[in-house]
Design a protein. Structure first.
Lengths: 329, 329
């Protein structure tokens, strides 16, 4: 099928750019040094590509993601890098499952759910999940006493990702990793899991990096020091043209706005606003109803989660279509 | 099932409030005076409730919504209040289908797609779809010459919905309807389709009102003059607790942020920020992992579109679960 024949709106990735991003990461962080985060793409077909490059362990944010990967035969080493209060769906999976814990309640949920392995989730500066570093060792002790295997620690330095300057980002990463190392000394185990796309080359403390966005790549995070390029867009049709503006058939239900308005191709025009099913823009050159446009959202993860399928394009051709099969919870 | 046992995050509506909203609208605009917009809830079970109250015609934003309603036997009078360049999936539906057109291209798409009936979509002030009012008559003439039945006009005064003052909202609505009436005189036909939840009682020019949000009700639009009350929320679990904040398991993938941060129940705490799968908040009183919270998103439509199911609650009980079966395109 030609891109021009694809029903719109449609989530599309450029095959060449996607491959470049995947290969670049696999070269920088081969094999188990990378534990790809599937929350960014929610697509077992893409996870399969990552596994084929040697990344056989995966990071997940939801139980549904683990279930899907396990069912697809990708369950060699799955980490739920998130807290859950009911782990029963994890305990029955035909996969190696490790879950993050940061409290006695999540510890108990792991035990009661039949999960055997855990990481101690440590707060390294992002105001989100994770236990205070100085309390990590005691939680690990209680986990072991409860019969759990504590594989090590995780700590996501998410608060540094928005720092565009690479030196300041490195410093902030190192400050976070001082905390994680301190916790790791108390906790023990082989695993220090941390990092993301923006710190994949800066975080030298982690034994494995949990990057996710790099494959499709957030437009928000195209910093000069990062080699990854946005590989995905929303393919849209011009459905209405007025004197000063035109309207595309992709809106809030097709793309995420939490990091600001999407952009169009260089020189195509300026986005005014998005509504539920529309993007109104000022075209830079005359357009007609039926013309196609590429809409570039700022943020990968919540955009992908709005779509059922990811179309892979090479030039003007759609060469493959992958299911976004890990959505929901 | 008890609400406390529902896996989280989950989209929940309060049965009583939902019924109140539906009944209130049916009393104000009985039968065909209301053409409920299903884009707000994307749920045939909810549409069935609206049809049972006498609203047998529906407004849609996507072809998928028409397909779902037609398959559910709710195809007595379906309006696609949106422009499409490929109407072939509409032409084959076992339903009465009317589509909006605002250009020769969308006119041609209707003809080629086998659609027989159209409305002329008129721009009444919102910078989105719709032909200029003075050009509507000529487009209607060309549509009739092409063999289409022109049922009338539509014109959505979406730009007035954000006006909290009812008098100014009424004035702005009337200004828009002057334009729509002018177009209607040139176009002819029985139908003048317009309006929304915030103008349902103000728009006296329209023969039918296209309101959608009123059933679940946008928290953004709880103006003093509107009787409808937010009836839906995201049921979430506290998964992590730190000294100054706590974390819920509902984030950008479970709720829409285009109208700002969600809110918690009065007195429960203050939302700091949402990330992909989390909401970080400052609790007003001590919380523990496993506690439940209600997260109230600002905007109905894009929030509902993120969920597979809508749970209907009465008190602490989940009494029904409806599929959100009209998602996608």
């Amino acid at each position: 099928m030609k891109l021009a024949d694809l029903p719109t709106p449609a989530l599309v990735a450029d095959a060449e750019t996607l491959t470049f991003n995947l290969d670049t990461m696999a070269e920088a962080l081969p094999g188990r040094r990378m534990r790809p985060h599937v929350k960014a793409h929610k697509c077992t077909a893409l996870a399969r590509r990552q596994a084929a490059l040697g990344h056989v362990g995966f990071t997940c944010a939801t139980i549904r993601e683990l279930e899907g990967l396990a069912a697809a035969g990708l369950g060699e080493d799955l980490l739920l890098a998130n807290e859950v209060l009911d782990a029963r769906r994890l305990g029955v999976l035909d996969a190696r499952v490790t879950v993050a814990i940061d409290s006695d309640e999540t510890l108990r949920a792991a035990v009661e759910g039949g999960v055997r392995e855990v990481l101690i989730d440590v707060n390294v500066g992002l105001p989100r999940c994770g236990i205070a570093p100085e309390k990590a060792g005691a939680l690990a002790d209680r986990a072991r006493a409860a019969g759990l295997e504590v594989r090590g620690v995780m700590g996501y330095e998410g608060h540094v990702m928005g720092e565009g300057d690479v030196d300041r980002r490195r410093e902030a990463t190192e400050a976070s990793m001082v905390l994680l190392r301190q916790a790791h000394e108390d906790v023990g185990g082989d695993v220090v899991s941390a990092g993301g796309t923006c710190t994949y080359a800066l975080n030298t403390a982690a034994t494995e990096i949990q990057a996710g966005s790099y494959a499709l790549m957030d437009r928000t995070f195209t910093y000069p020091d990062l080699p990854f390029r946005p590989s995905f867009w929303i393919h849209a049709s011009v459905i209405s043209v007025s004197e000063k503006f035109a309207v595309l058939d992709a809106g809030l239900k097709a793309l995420s706005m939490d990091h600001g308005n999407p952009e169009l191709d260089e020189g195509a025009g300026k986005v005014w606003f998005c509504s539920d099913e529309h993007t109104t823009f000022a075209p830079s050159k005359p357009v007609r109803p039926g013309d196609r446009a590429r809409v570039w959202p700022m943020h990968v993860d919540p955009t992908v989660a709005k779509h059922e399928r990811l179309h892979i394009a090479s030039g003007d051709d759609v060469i493959e279509t992958w299911e976004i099969d890990l959505r929901g919870w």
